[in-house]
Write a protein that binds this ligand. Structure first.
Ligand code: ITT
Length: 200
């Protein structure tokens, strides 16, 4: 039997990042009954894998096994060409325990200055995994390319959005309407693949 997620299914959004929840909800278009890992009081697993795909699977499996419900997890991050792909899977960790993204963006700027490179190209990756309790899992990946701007601009979105301008645009993700970001983001591109694989 092919794996499918039927409309109306109760689905755990296996994230503790409040910035991701509205994006995940918008991309799912009200198709499922979403409960967040936070609402269920699920503990946050340690992200021990070395790839976005590995960590997305780890988070989805952890939430599915503990809740007894299918779970969807996102593992994502910003990769900077001149920094050999950093911060990458360490994007959340660069913000430290207080999740200070002003500091994380400053760190990206300083590291770039240290390289003396004028290459400001970067990309966001999102790996999305759906896992069934003690069962199978599916994982997909989406990417959006762009360039970095300092200082950051805009107060929308979350994380590194103020410093990222997607290719073909003049505004940062932090300045864009949420619907504009959701039409082109790494997360939206991963979602398109997930829909094709799992939705009716
Ligand atoms: P969960 O694991 O609980 O989902 P997290 O914030 O720890 O939350 P990640 O490990 O996937 O999630 O870290 C991804 C980080 O990459 C995230 O904290 C953001 O700083 C950054 N990031 C990912 N997607 C982004 C986006 O669309 N816009 C801006 N920054 C983003």
């Amino acid at each position: 039997m092919a794996l499918k997620l039927e409309a109306g299914t109760k689905l755990v959004a296996a994230t503790h990042n409040p910035g991701k929840v509205p994006e995940i909800a918008a991309l799912l278009e009200g198709r499922f009954e979403i409960i967040t890992a936070g609402q269920l009081g699920l503990p946050e697993p340690e992200e021990t894998e070395s790839t976005f795909v590995g960590n997305a699977l780890l988070k989805a499996r952890h939430a599915a096994d503990l809740s007894g419900l299918p779970a969807l997890a996102d593992d994502s991050g910003l990769s900077v060409t001149a920094l050999a792909g950093a911060p990458g899977i360490f994007s959340a960790r660069w913000a430290g325990p207080t999740k200070d993204f002003a500091m994380a963006m400053k760190k990206v700027e300083e590291r770039l200055e240290e390289t003396a490179s004028d290459d400001r190209s970067a990309w966001f990756t999102s790996a999305l995994a759906v896992a069934w309790p003690h069962g199978p899992a599916v994982v997909v990946e989406g990417r959006v390319d762009g360039s970095l701007v300092f200082p950051g601009r805009g107060t929308r979105g979350f994380g590194y959005d103020p410093i990222f301008i997607p290719e073909g645009h003049d505004t940062t993700f932090g300045e864009m309407e949420p619907t504009a970001k959701d039409a082109m983001s790494h997360r939206a591109r991963a979602f398109a693949k997930l829909k094709a694989a799992l939705f009716d």
